[in-house]
Write a protein that binds this ligand. Structure first.
Ligand code: FAD
Length: 536
């Protein structure tokens, strides 16, 4: 069907030369990841646009280590057209096969939430029956448990199986933004170093021009607000209402730092339960980047800093960050479209920041008006992005609601009051028969409507089964012996896999590995998939 149906007309029209309402110039305000990715996308997909990025060095970017999700591999390479081997050389990403959660029942070992969770390649219920833990339910779960990546030495030569096991990047924020800045310059994006003083309206929901503190006036046809938490256009100027997620997500601060890893690169992000929140650990080539996300209603900044130092004694360079969880009512109003923290934010428990910026960018590019004389498709964008953000709120909520690792005032409070009402239909379905992904396909179609998250039902299963949230388990037809046969076969393969440091070295020496990943038809990230997710 997809090969033979009528060709879809291109939505990449350019404005007629004589159209006085044509959209020809775009001002992207803000130079963090949201701003640069937005500017690069506009230039890549609408090359005739005059794209300007306005940014003030006086206001620093967020600049913390960032974990991402698999979608970003395709977004960076297929959508933004970033060369993979160059990204490895300049940004030095490490790989994330999933998240290791030190989470769930007090007596349990950490559980692995993997990106190959759809496959149940070894078996989730079998893992629970045979070992008492969801761990080892997929090949990638075993790779994580053994600190290995799917590159093998065969007859003295490396062979990559990374194209069969979805993974994401850990990106050092400062290095990543530095690289995007370089690309923006190469690709003809005008850079204006200036601090925004005022946003001058020309009508209701309509920005006429901007003024800067050094007295300049900047006028564009379309304004992209990427000013981070300041939300200078959407929030401050247009006064767009903000929907707080604080009934679900109680944290509002992070204290971040770095600690040595002695060359051991873990192929995953770690999320560890703390007294009043949790800590991430994101490996970069030089060190582990860590951050304690906590609630100042439950502990002070000093207590948070003391706790992180006590738990991770070699941590260094601590700095505090404040945030608020929630989203604005709309991302797009009039000629202003907000992307990144200026529109919405949740804590990085499932690494959704860059993912949501990418989705906002795709939605903007796909609906960018050619002319203001057309009817803009604002509502579909605002509704769709809002739903996706809200689904992330509920998804993060079920991390909190069911974590019984510690009994501090914060965690008792969270378990008591955390609002997960948006996921109630799914939680009921799970309790009534788990795993969700093994239920009747029609039922799943209904259920998916309640959970439009990137993580899907497999991600929810992984999290609920990992935390041992009670459910009636679906019947298994095989014995534990059969399960162990598969597990042993997978263990034998994993024992031969390389450490991440060696595997990354093999990728550096063999550029064809990235080509296999991004071009091969049997790869999870192959180019042929891009059009199906709007990335052509
Ligand atoms: P910022 O990086 O804050 O950039 C804002 C830009 O606006 C800056 O360039 C600034 O100079 C400019 N600006 C602001 N005001 C003005 C003005 N008046 N005039 C001119 N310029 C102005 N996301 C993930 O995907 N994974 C993670 O692991 C992750 N971890 C996070 C941890 C923490 C503690 C926080 C707070 C966020 C985390 N995020 C994570 C989210 C992530 O940082 C952001 O989504 C992402 O970096 C986008 O930031 P931004 O571009 O919206 O804002």
């Amino acid at each position: 069907l997809t090969q033979h149906h009528e060709a879809v007309a291109s939505d990449r029209r350019r404005p007629a030369d004589d159209d006085p309402q044509g959209v020809r110039s775009v001002g992207v305000i803000g130079g963090g990841t949201a701003g640069y990715m937005a500017a690069l996308a506009l230039k890549a997909k609408r090359p005739w646009l005059d794209v300007t990025l306005v940014q003030s060095k006086e206001i620093p970017i967020i600049g913390v280590g960032e974990a991402t999700v698999t979608y970003m591999v395709m977004f960076l390479h297929h959508y933004l057209g970033i060369d993979a081997n160059e990204l490895y050389r300049k940004v030095m990403p490490t790989w994330k096969l999933g998240i290791k959660f030190d989470w769930g029942p007090a007596e349990d070992e950490p559980f692995m939430a993997t990106f190959d969770w759809h496959h149940h390649s070894i078996g989730g219920l079998g893992a629970l029956d045979a070992t008492g833990s969801v761990n080892g339910f997929t090949l990638q779960s075993l790779m994580m448990m053994a600190d290995r990546s799917a590159v093998f030495e065969v007859d003295g030569k490396p062979v990559s199986l990374m194209k069969y096991l979805p993974f994401a990047y850990h990106l050092d924020n400062a290095r990543f933004v530095g690289y995007l800045t370089e690309l923006a310059e190469q690709r003809g994006i005008t850079h204006v170093e200036a601090r925004l003083a005022d946003v001058v309206l020309g009508g209701e929901e309509w920005v006429d021009h901007l003024t800067t503190t050094d007295g300049r006036e900047l006028t564009f046809d379309f304004y992209v607000d990427c000013t981070g938490f300041r939300s200078m256009l959407l929030g401050k100027t247009l006064g767009t209402p903000f929907h707080s997620y604080s009934d679900t997500l109680f944290t509002n601060s992070a204290v971040t730092g770095n600690m040595p890893h002695d060359g051991v690169l873990k192929p995953y992000t770690t999320a560890t339960t703390m007294q009043a929140g949790w800590t991430w650990n994101i490996p970069t080539p030089e060190s582990d980047h860590i951050g304690y996300v906590y609630s100042t209603d439950h502990i002070s900044d000093e207590q948070a800093a003391d706790e992180i130092k006590e738990r991770f004694p070699t941590v260094d360079g601590l700095r505090q960050v404040r945030f608020r969880s929630g989203r604005h009512d709309k991302a797009w109003r009039g000629n202003v479209y907000a992307i990144g923290n200026s529109y919405a934010f949740v804590e990085p428990l499932e690494s959704t920041g860059l993912l949501m910026s990418a989705l906002s960018i795709q939605a903007m590019v796909a609906t960018l008006p050619t002319s203001w004389s057309e009817t803009p498709a604002r509502d579909v964008v605002n509704l769709g992005l809002g739903q996706r953000w809200d689904a992330i709120r509920w998804f993060l909520g079920i991390h909190y609601k069911f974590n019984t690792k510690v009994d501090t005032p914060f965690w008792k409070d969270v378990r008591d009051r955390c609002d997960v009402s948006g996921f109630k239909p799914l939680l009921d379905l799970y309790a009534n028969g788990a795993p969700l992904t093994r239920r009747d396909p029609f039922l799943l179609d209904l259920a998916l409507g309640a959970a439009p998250t990137f993580f899907g039902l497999a991600g929810i299963d992984n999290l609920l089964l990992g935390q041992k949230v009670p459910a009636t388990k679906l019947e298994r037809t095989e014995t534990n012996d059969d399960w162990w046969q598969r597990r042993k076969a997978a263990d034998a393969l994993v024992a031969k896999a390389m450490s991440q440091a060696d595997a990354l070295q093999a990728f550096a020496e063999h550029p064809e590995f990235n080509k296999q990943l991004l071009e091969d038809f049997d790869s999870w990230a192959g180019r042929h998939i891009a059009p199906y997710i709007g990335m052509n």
